[in-house]
Design a protein. Structure first.
Length: 318
């Protein structure tokens, strides 16, 4: 089995918490061949999707975690599976990459996650497909609409639609003197959408990341707990973490969204839950595999690779 992975530069990753690296370790342990690409290594020539890729070997060693052979340019259909693991933003370059991957998919390559779904579903907006599980939420570029929402709900989180890792997330209260400048900054004076959500006090107990493989949740979540004086639980923003078992509400949310994820080829996803509420559905490059593996002595990436193997076999049969 030949697996290609499209990711950010492997030389810059922190292997102790990088989920893409966990996937490469699992693939290699199954005897598969790994091939490494970055997004700009994709190309189209006369309607054929190609990639400039390096055969890759990895080891779980912080002093040196990868070895690559010389790059070759070859059709993507020479691969069996491609993991699209490029971090956001989902900008025009990312959109164009998914279009190239869709051509590869049409030639028989199993692409995880589905390229069309990566284009169609914004990770912040996606929760609106499941309104029964979300707090009051507004998406708008209009300052008056956003201000009215803040006045109605008094304590609100504002965030951009294309951020990650807690970047540019603001907590705004009804009488905040910085309200207007925050709205102007996020909407770029009314030309970009921003999201407003009623503040969920249960963030003090953690923002839970729940991983789903083909719609089935891993039975444990990583609760990311904000530092004192912070509103963001993101580990990239300095939050602490602890492992927790899924609650009945967590499982209810997972069960409700699972059919939609499967139907749209979203085979590896990470949802964020605060209290009883769904706040994001991460589909580009969900993380927290290594943290959960370490806490609970499980092997999420191995389970994922075995599931992908079955998906690929089914694709071949069809």
């Amino acid at each position: 089995m030949k697996l290609g992975i499209i990711m950010d530069p492997i030389r810059d990753i922190k292997i102790q918490k990088d989920s893409s690296f966990a996937m490469l370790l699992a693939s290699q342990s199954m005897g598969w061949e790994n091939y490494y690409l970055e997004q700009n290594d994709l190309l189209l020539r006369d309607g054929e999707a190609l990639g400039t890729m390096c055969k890759l070997r990895v080891r779980d060693d912080p002093s040196g975690w990868f070895e690559m052979k010389e790059a070759i340019t070859t059709p993507l259909e020479d691969l069996d599976i491609i993991l699209m693991r490029k971090d956001p933003p989902v900008d025009l370059q990312y959109i164009h990459a998914t279009q190239i991957l869709e051509i590869a998919q049409d030639s028989g390559v199993t692409v995880i996650n589905d390229p069309a779904s990566l284009r169609d579903f914004n990770e912040k907006l996606f929760i609106n497909w499941f309104p029964e599980f979300i707090v009051p939420t507004l998406t708008s570029s209009d300052a008056d609409q956003i201000r009215a929402f803040i006045y109605d709900h008094e304590d609100v989180i504002l965030k951009p639609l294309d951020g990650m890792g807690g970047a540019s997330i603001f907590r705004v209260r009804k009488h905040d003197t910085n309200m207007n400048v925050i709205i102007e900054t996020l909407t770029q004076y009314g030309i970009r959408f921003a999201m407003a959500q009623k503040f969920i006090p249960e963030i003090r107990n953690g923002d839970k990341r729940i991983l789903l493989i083909n719609g089935e949740p891993v039975p444990y979540a990583l609760a990311r707990i904000p530092l004192t004086g912070e509103n963001r639980g993101n580990l990239a923003a300095g939050g602490n973490s602890k492992g927790v078992e899924l609650s009945n509400r967590d499982r209810e949310i997972c069960e409700a969204i699972a059919p939609f994820l499967r139907e749209n080829g979203l085979y590896f996803t990470g949802i964020d839950v605060i209290g009883d509420y769904l706040t994001e559905i991460n589909i580009t490059s969900p993380t927290c595999i290594r943290e959960l593996d370490k806490i609970f002595s499980i092997d999420i990436a191995r389970d994922l690779m075995e599931t992908i193997d079955k998906i690929h076999s089914s694709d071949m049969d069809n």
